[in-house]
Each structure stands twice: as C-alpha cells, then as structure tokens.
Design a protein around this ligand. Sequence first.
Ligand SMILES: Cc1ncc(COP(=O)(O)O)c(C=O)c1O
Length: 468
Amino acid sequence: MVKRTSQQRYIDLIKQTFYFDTPDFTVSNDELNFYGVELMPLIEQYGTPLRLTYLPKISENIRRARSHFGEAMKKLNYDAEYVYCYCTKSSHFSFIMEEVLKTGAHLETSSTFDIAIIKKLHQKELLSKDKYIVCNGFKRETYTNEIKSLWQDGFQNCIAVLDNRKEITAYENLDIEKMQIGLRIATEEEPNFSFYTSRLGIRYNDVVDFYKKHVATNPKFKLSLLHFFVNSGIRDTVYFWSEFNKFVRAYCDLKKICPELHILDIGGGLPIKNSLGFEYDYEYMTEAIIANIQEVCEQEGVPVPTIFSEFGSFTVGESGAMIFSVMAQKQQNDRELWYMIDGSFITHLPDTWGMGYRFITMAINNWDKEYQQVHVGGITCDSMDYYDSESHVSKLMLPKFTRGTEQYVGFFHTGAYQESLGGYGGIQHCLIPNSQHVIINRDAQGNVTTKLFRKEQTAEQVLNILGY
Ligand SMILES: Cc1ncc(COP(=O)(O)O)c(C=O)c1O
C-alpha cells in the first residue's frame, strides 16, 4: 500500500499556498469555519444549497473604513469630515440595511424603489430625516418624483446627483426654498475599454459652464456635492490617480465660483478579498487619497472638502457565502473531472458567469483528504455554467472523495450584488430555484445565532411568476 504523505492532503495544499488560518477562515477537525462559525453543523441543520449572511462583518467593515479615513485625516491635519454612505444596490435586504444603519451610516441610492425602502426605514424609526441620501443614477420620472417627495417630507440632506444636464428641470417646480443637488462627473475609462468616456455623469468640460448657466442663476438650487466613480475601483494605478487628480482639480475649479460646494464624493470601489492571497494596503490608499486632495486644494487655494464614500462591495461583500454539495463526479475524459453541484452559477453567483469574477473557494469538509484538480459544474444546460479557477491560479483544487461520502464546497465573500443580479426570488435559467438563505449573528455574549430568512423557492412561486 502506498503511504499517503502530508503534501497530498488538501489542508497542506492550502496551508503551503497561503498564510492560513486567516482572521476569516480557520479549520478544526478538518472542517472549515467562517468567522469562527462552524459550517458543517449549519449544513446539517439547513441542507444545501445554502446562502449565508454573517451580519457582524458589515458593521466591522464600516468601522474599519471610518478608522482608516479618520487616522489618515488626523495624521495629515485634514480639517474636514469623512462621511460613510452605503451603496444600497449592493444588497437591499432589510437585515443588511438595518445593520448598516445601526452604525450611523448614510445612504446612496440608484433607482425609484430605493426611495420606497428609505420611507419604510423611516417609518420603522431606523432612519432619521437628517441622514444624507445621495441619489445617483440616470433617473426616470418616477425616481425624480420620489426624490421630490423626500424633500417635501423634510429630508433636507437628500442630494439629487445630476447625471445629465436635463435632469435639473425635473426639480424646478419643487415647492421648497432650497434644494441640495450634486453633479456627477463622467470619468474617462481605462485605455483597454471599448469606449473612452463613461456614459454616466456630465463631461468634465461642461461642468463649470453648466453650473454657471443652470445652477448659479437659479436660487432654488444649492450645489453641495461633486461626485466621481471609477469603474475599475480604488486601485494604486496610474489610471486611477490620473482620473482622481482631474476630479479634485474640477472640484477646486467649481469651488472657486460656488462657495456652497463642500462635499467631494469619491464613489465606491474599495476592493475586498477575492482570494486567500489578496493583498491591499487600505491604510496606504486612504492616506494617499486624503494627501492627494489636501495637496491639490492647497495648490489651488481652496479649503479641503468633506469626503463622502459610497462603498457597496466593501460594506457587504465579505459578509456573504454560498455553499453547495457535490452531487456527483463525472470524468468526461482522461484529464477533466467534474464536480456537479446542486445549484447554478447563473442563479446563485452570477458574477462568476457574467464577468468571470472569482470568489474565495474552498472545501467545507474533508480537509484531511488528498486533493485533485476539478471543474465545478452548475446544473443548468448553459455550457458556461461552470467554475474552474481561482484568482491567483488557473486551476481549482478540491478534496478527493468517494461514493457514499459527502463533499461540500463554499464560495466566500459573495455578499454584494449576487442576489439582485441573479434575480433572487424571480425566475432563473432552467428554473433552478433560489436557495434558502440563513442569517448568522452573534449576541452580546458572542454566542452565534442563526435564523432562516428564506426557504428555497418552490415550484408554486415560480409557476405563479410564469402565469400558471
Ligand atoms: C455610483 C456608484 N457608487 C457606488 C458604487 C459601489 O461600488 P462598489 O460596490 O464597488 O463599492 C457603484 C457601483 O456600481 C456606483 O455605480
């Protein structure tokens, strides 16, 4: 009999490839824990496919960002505030919004129904009327009407961020004295993009002229905020810094003729861990952002602005996980072994299918078993419904297992965008149902509590949508 050496075990592969354990992941009894929560007992209790949300991670990340910005501002004697807004589109669930609001965060919205959510949260006394509500997006009349209704209800820190020159006309008949507005600046895309300038926002060259003609001359409006968002996120690249610099200069140009302007909104895009090998220096990047703004403002003789951010993925991404069981193994040729899961990447993790996004992927159990290269297959008929690489290597390794034993696989930090993009609760490709969804929390004593938020979608619910 061939003796198994330690190099062949899955646990050794992970420990030799990465710094492991990590604060997020540990292994005990050859099974994986996520933020100290044992996953196998959850699988035994609820079954798979299983979507998880670990709520405490949300407030932890909001505190982390505030602390990085706060520290950097203190170090550099930056004489203005930092305001954390949550980008609601990354996850609109009530339990997420409630967790976010507990931290005192403000909100950024993108469409009409967002405002109904805001009204609901206000009714439940979870959101007060002085919160900043930064309203982004190219707006239909329903959305501008909802924004106006917030103003009429006394939400005096609701800021409609104009996406185009025409939008301002929608607010002209609003019966209030002064409405706060913002302007979104259209950024240039990265050189490898298929177009040059983002379709979102107003062109750099038009901003000052637009302000002079349409805002400065109209006593109803007060321009408070300038907004910017770089698609590829906040990265230490020449492209990001060159766009950022242009943006801060545009702020200074406007500030010189618009004394009321005082908020610089740096948008979203703070990255999250999508691999065990992920490295990002949050302290360095936040300090560089603050230093950059301060330097340009000093050169231009303009006071430094209040800084807003609208982090979506950073707020909720790391709170989520999706667990599947491997239903069968299929050896389709000498080299390609498929692990067929009880779900679909299109339904459950659509970013992996739509844009090749990679999440942290690990076995939940059998860490003492040998590993092998596998392709993970979803159960729709779509040939692209598969996953077979990690962000750092073009291979995916999982434990070997034999008939009669169970193998579970987890995708982690999946908390942002996957539900809305996957059409949660609607109809999905091949009518693969949405999975059950469990919320994990910790009580004041640090004990783990779990709650079933939603059961797996039923045939009746799906047929109802389809009109049967
Ligand atoms: C205007 C705006 N703000 C914030 C965000 C949030 O970005 P992220 O989830 O990368 O933080 C987005 C995402 O598309 C956005 O379009």
